[in-house]
Ligand binder design. Structure first.
Ligand SMILES: O=C(O)CCC(=O)C(=O)O
Length: 248
């Protein structure tokens, strides 16, 4: 993780890594989505979700420990982290407005969402790595947040939990970019308005190795297809004698 990335993540609660996936790979991944029948996308973030893609081949499995995101995960969570759960989002501009508005705030420790500094480093609970498979132009919809709320001291007043509130920032990205954010950030999804294409995003949610956020442990169809490093990321939660993700 670079000093600039560390500064930005600490300041805003999110950062964007540009051009992590080359255009040919993005194209192939979109085609794979089509082949798996990810159709009838909805503008309701809650109903636009799909899963199972870690079993779709090496390019999908490689998202787990992508060389551009791995250093950031090591920097914001630490050397011992795990994948908690994943889902993709396929959103269509259909005028429907869905349920997943702004949510979360700083210091939701009991809920596994936190961002704190101790000594010379930051510690985060649930952290999201979101790969964009389509361009998200300014104002098109998709991820939005109130920058800095991952460490605000006072609870946000109810009126800011509205995607139209002036404090809420939309975060534009290009296909192939990755957005990394803390779940302690007040964030949500703006309705998708770009009619020429859908929003397609792949979200991987990581947490410290000692913690499990979701109520079920993630499973994959064939664990022999994953590398030893990827299997360390997929291992169930534990603290005692946990191995660092990156060996050596
Ligand atoms: O990318 C988005 O639209 C936001 C996803 C979200 O709200 C979350 O991961 O908790």
């Amino acid at each position: 993780m670079t000093d600039e990335q560390r500064f930005l993540f600490d300041l805003q609660g999110y950062l964007v890594i540009e051009g992590a996936l080359p255009p040919e790979q993005v194209e192939r991944m979109r085609a794979t989505m089509d082949a798996h029948g990810i159709s009838k996308p909805s503008n309701d973030p809650g109903r636009s979700r799909f899963s199972g893609f870690l079993d779709w081949g090496p390019e999908w499995r490689a998202l787990l420990d992508h060389p551009r995101t791995l250093p950031v995960l090591r920097g914001v969570i630490g050397e011992k982290f795990r994948l908690d759960h994943v889902y993709g989002m396929a959103m269509r501009a259909d005028g429907e407005r869905g349920g997943e508005g702004l949510h979360h705030e700083a210091a939701m420790f009991d809920y596994g969402c936190f961002h704190v500094s101790h000594g010379a480093r930051m510690h985060n609970g649930l952290v999201v790595v979101s790969f964009a498979l389509n361009d998200v132009p300014a104002g098109a919809g998709g991820f939005c947040c109130i920058p800095g709320t991952h460490k605000s001291i006072y609870p946000p007043p109810p009126q800011v939990y509205d995607v139209d509130h002036p404090l809420v920032r939309h975060v534009p990205v290009r296909a192939g970019d990755v957005l990394v954010f803390s779940e302690a950030l007040t964030h949500g999804t703006m309705p998708w308005t770009e009619t020429r294409w859908e929003r397609r995003a792949i979200l991987l949610k990581y947490c410290p190795a000692y913690m499990q956020w979701g109520h079920i442990q993630m499973t994959v169809a064939d664990s022999s297809a994953f590398t030893a490093q990827q299997l360390r990321i997929l291992a169930p939660a534990c603290a005692w004698q946990r191995k660092p993700v990156v060996e050596g």
